[in-house]
Design a protein around this ligand. Structure first.
Ligand SMILES: Nc1ncnc2c1ncn2[C@@H]1O[C@H](COP(=O)(O)OP(=O)(O)OP(=O)(O)O)[C@@H](O)[C@H]1O
Ligand SMILES: [Mg+2]
Length: 357
């Protein structure tokens, strides 16, 4: 039997930007895999490299080192016609739908643009029909199709951004904070839409967000990034049951509790926060005052976290670094995790709605 080839494989990807004082390690040795029809959430504080990683995967930026494989084919250095094909297969939805749409193009033309550029259609009629089908799928009313972006509200504009990304039925869609500029009721509509479309079309999503509430409801797996590194990767249910890396622990401790009997216990990371510019080798939390796991603060970096094979967590940590650490939630089967997704979205919306109004 042939070896299984994942839809997307990111292998030890690095992106260093030259700055006046040296090199900014924006993405530093990140590896993960993504299967068709699944979603990986990418979380972490501002500037940890989430968008840079997304842009490398879309081939809007070149990686400094490492590989990106789509269906087993190395696309890291693709150029010309091959790059054009990759841009059709990997699409991006941006945070701000207004600035990512051409203000001079009507909605219909915006959705039609990728169809035109692909040269897949022999007649204008067939292209029009396809554009109408996509707009219907994402819920853009017929009356709005001749409007300009400035005439629409944020939620409808984001639907146009999603329609444009979906037009060529891509394998992978990078959603870079697609709902953070929208109000809570529209957020739920767009998240539901993305989940419905994934079911219908089978695309895989890389969902970049700051919002742990959103990622919990939409992602199958979560990758936690810190200073350009993936410090922990785990199935969503597992990560919300138990966090392993000190940074993930601190990040998750900031989630407000709605249970008055379980007040928040915020963990403050102590010690110096490593600078992404010319970082020293070693663990990002190597400072002894915040973590006692490292053999020596000056030790080489611990091996990168990668997508675990079973429902378990993989973390970038010296402690038990040489195996993925399963936790008490390891008994959770993936099928149970999938079923919970829809129910959680509704619960999330109700919690948000109660807080917001
Ligand atoms: N074109 C660029 N040139 C130089 N440095 C850059 C460039 N793009 C990003 N960076 C730097 O790379 C690091 C990661 O930036 P990135 O935008 O990926 O972070 P992010 O996690 O998406 O942040 P946010 O959550 O605020 O969107 C930052 O230190 C940023 O200053
Ligand atoms: Mg970003």
């Amino acid at each position: 039997m042939g070896e299984h080839v994942p839809l997307l494989e990111v292998k030890n990807v690095k992106k260093y930007f030259k700055v006046s004082s040296g090199w900014n390690h924006a993405v530093d040795d990140v590896s993960f895999t993504l299967e068709r029809g699944r979603t990986i959430g990418v979380v972490g504080e501002s500037g940890c490299g989430k968008s840079t990683l997304g842009r490398i995967i879309c081939r809007l930026l070149d990686a400094t080192d490492g590989q990106v494989l789509l269906n087993g084919e190395d696309i890291t250095h693709a150029k010309g016609a091959k790059l054009k094909k990759i841009h059709e297969k990997i699409q991006i939805v941006f945070q701000d739908p207004y600035s990512s749409l051409n203000p001079r193009l009507r909605i219909e033309s915006t959705v039609m643009e990728p169809l035109k550029n692909s040269h897949r259609f022999t007649s204008a009629k067939a292209m029009n029909e396809e554009a109408n089908k996509i707009m219907e799928l994402v819920g853009i009313d017929e009356r709005l199709r001749q409007s300009y972006p400035h005439e629409l509200d944020g939620g409808r504009r984001q639907r146009v951004g999603i329609a444009r990304a979906l037009a060529l039925n891509p394998d992978v869609i990078v959603c870079d904070e697609p709902v953070s500029a929208l109000d809570v009721s529209v957020q739920a509509q767009i998240l539901n839409l993305l989940m419905d479309l994934q079911e219908k079309m089978g695309s895989a999503y890389i969902f970049v967000t700051h919002d742990l509430g959103v990622v919990r409801h939409i992602a199958n797996d979560i990758m936690v990034m810190y200073l350009g590194q993936a410090v922990e990767i785990a199935p969503t249910e597992v990560l919300f049951k138990r966090t392993l890396h000190p940074y993930t622990k601190a990040l998750f401790s900031a989630i407000p509790s709605t249970n008055i009997h379980e007040p928040m216990q915020r963990i403050q990371l102590k010690g110096e926060i490593t600078n992404p510019i010319n970082p020293k080798p070693g663990c990002v939390r190597a400072d002894k005052s915040s973590c006692s796991r490292c053999p020596s603060p000056a030790a080489a970096s611990p091996p990168a976290a990668s997508t675990p094979r079973k429902p378990a967590s993989s973390r970038r940590c010296w402690k038990r670094w040489n195996r993925t650490t399963s936790c008490s939630a390891a008994a959770i089967k993936r099928s149970t995790i999938e079923k919970g997704r829809e129910k959680r979205l509704w619960n999330w919306f109700m919690t948000r709605a109660n807080t917001a109004f």
